[in-house]
Design a protein around this ligand. Structure first.
Ligand SMILES: Cc1ncc(COP(=O)(O)O)c(C=O)c1O
Length: 414
């Protein structure tokens, strides 16, 4: 195969149908941002929207803005916008709380829907919050959590059989980027009479997720990663329409009530997806997320996915071409079809190497014990950025720039 050149990648960017989207984002000249899988880049129009929301809607409108500025229906409205990105109907998604809290709600609801069944199946390498939440739900509801290796999930479902209540998995693994076959796992769980809750933290806004086509039961996901909602943006939760009536989630709060402003002493769940709400919405976070989502207006998710795969493939090919002999391993699948929009490299000096990269304006992140993680948000990352990032990485390795005490001290957030 002919070696890749920077010029060929400049050409690819010229032909990229998504290239113009990059202008919507506030990117810093001289920096390459490969961490949109952790915290997405600011969409420029969010700034004036927030100035208005704070100065006018909050500053002047105050309490009136719940009605006059349409604050009250925002969780449902923003959920409806996310629904298009994840293959759901608008009335099946609502934005609220954090992904961890939403997972607690859906797992509690799922166990209540399967009385007499005790087993929750999870994945050993899942993001820790998913395992912690599943373990707490198991303890509270007298269930048993079985965490297994990714390749053993289907076997575990079969073994659990008529004891299976719910399977909880993250579609794209936060470290390796490995992608589950959502339709296949969901079908296997359903054959056993169980339910599935998908965490879409690393899928929403980068894969053409098809929740309803896969017959998914529940899903949760973050607003601050590929959806670019900002630090701590509210999360979303999906419940398939067929499960909404009668669903009992475990945190009954006044915003999930059928008529919150009647202030009745007894709880009566809202008939729709609003029953997943608990308390007052984080309104500024919702407004920022809603505005950020305009960057997806009219985007063909298949096209976005194709570019995400191409960027990951390119990164792996350039690491092979330019970084042989420097001790890197690949922790992600080589096959782009079973990988999300991120690539993980392993290296024994991974933390220091990532710090050296960040000091030179190539921003990725580090996940213990030895993973350098690079995310490729296809709305704003160019092919040429991948070339430039790998060139910086090669220089950091060749000059041993990483081998400095300044890059060894661990920060609180890695
Ligand atoms: C797979 C996964 N789930 C959940 C979370 C955290 O969600 P939250 O902090 O919104 O509860 C993360 C954060 O990185 C994640 O990667």
């Amino acid at each position: 195969m002919k070696p890749l050149t920077r010029e060929s990648l400049v050409l690819r960017d010229r032909e990229d149908p998504l290239a113009a989207r990059r202008d919507l984002f506030q990117l810093t000249e001289g920096e390459i941002y490969l961490d949109g899988n952790s915290l997405g880049v600011l969409v420029k129009s969010v700034m004036p929207r927030m100035v208005h929301a704070i100065g006018h809607e909050w500053g002047r409108g105050l309490i009136r803005s719940w009605n006059d500025a349409d604050w009250y229906p925002a969780p449902l409205r923003v959920g409806g916008t996310i629904a298009r990105l994840i293959g759901a109907q608008t009335h099946e998604v609502v934005v609220c709380d954090s992904t961890s809290v939403n997972l607690f709600k859906v797992l509690g609801a799922a166990l209540r829907m399967r009385p007499g069944r005790r087993v929750i199946i999870g994945e050993q390498g899942n993001f820790p919050t998913d395992m912690y939440v599943a373990a707490s739900v198991a303890e509270l509801m007298n269930a048993e959590l079985r965490c297994v290796a990714p390749d053993d999930v289907e076997k575990a479902i079969e073994q659990a059989g008529d004891q299976l209540a719910v399977v909880t998995l993250t579609e794209v693994n936060y470290k390796t980027g490995r992608l589950y076959d959502m339709a296949r796992i969901t079908a296997a769980a359903h054959r056993a009479g169980g339910l599935v809750a998908w965490d879409l933290a690393h899928s929403a806004g980068t894969l053409p997720v098809q929740l309803n086509a896969c017959d998914a039961d529940f899903a949760v996901g973050c607003g601050y990663k590929y959806l670019n909602g900002g630090p701590g943006a509210p999360a979303f939760v999906f419940v398939a329409e067929r499960h909404l009536a009668g669903l009992r989630q475990p945190i009954a709060g006044w915003h999930g009530h059928a008529r919150p402003f009647e202030f009745t002493p007894d709880y009566e769940a809202h008939p729709g997806i609003d029953r997943m709400l608990v308390g007052t919405a984080s309104q500024l976070g919702l407004i920022a997320l809603e505005e950020a989502l305009t960057a997806f207006d009219g985007v063909d998710m298949q096209q976005l996915r194709a570019k995400g795969i191409a960027l990951g493939d390119l990164f792996i090919a350039l690491v092979d071409q330019e970084l042989g002999g420097h001790g890197f391993g690949l922790a992600s699948p080589r096959d782009g079809a079973v990988r999300g929009s991120q690539v993980a490299l392993t290296h024994e000096n991974g933390y220091a190497i990532m710090q050296a990269l960040i000091a030179r304006g190539v921003i990725g992140d580090f996940r213990a014990p030895n993973i350098l993680r690079f995310g490729f948000a296809a709305l704003y990352v160019r092919h040429v950025d991948i070339w430039d990032a790998v060139a910086v990485l090669r220089d950091v390795m060749q000059t041993r720039a990483w081998d400095s005490p300044a890059f060894m001290a661990r920060k609180a957030v890695t």
